[in-house]
Write a protein that binds this ligand. Sequence first.
Ligand code: GAR
Length: 192
Amino acid sequence: MKNIVILISGRGSNMQAIVEAQLPGARIAAVIANRPDAAGLAWAAERGIATAALDHKAFASREDFDAALAAQIDAFAPDLVVLAGFMRILTPGFTQHYAGRMFNIHPSLLPAFPGLHTHQRALDAGCRLAGATVHFVTAELDHGPIVAQGAVAVADDDTADSLAAKVLRVEHQIYPQAVRWFVEGRLTLAGQ
Ligand code: GAR
């Protein structure tokens, strides 16, 4: 059985998709948020999943927060840490500690559009395809070896919101799939 710890900051719909996939050989050991009011925490707690909140605003530095967060995560002995809408920039020490065992999902076809406002930027650039990427986390924000991508067509009348909704449906397919591959031991990391 592989222990999965999921980190969220808000509604946690990707976390829900992974929980609801009921992946064989995977146990959702905990859901942890950096915001005590993250809606996904209540959803997970209602399903009997251990939850914790660690408010980043209570820490003097990123390093202090990341050290406390890592201690919290490691208490659940994770095989895989899953960032699911976890909106924090992570310190190099933190990403190194979880090298090869931490995933992120990003709402663009990386390496295009790392960072924020991905859907508006894809529209502004005239992209005909948009999508989402699951990748191993490295020190560089929204970079790292790609595990899975899903693409959607951009319609002429798409707005940032309509595109986000389309891409989110794809996220809910590729994230459980990527976690399944990890749990099944089907992923190996070779460079990028
Ligand atoms: C998702 O669209 C995810 O790709 C994005 O935040 C949203 C979280 O939604 N993540 C990032 O932008 C990370 N750079 P959720 O809380 O419903 O899963």
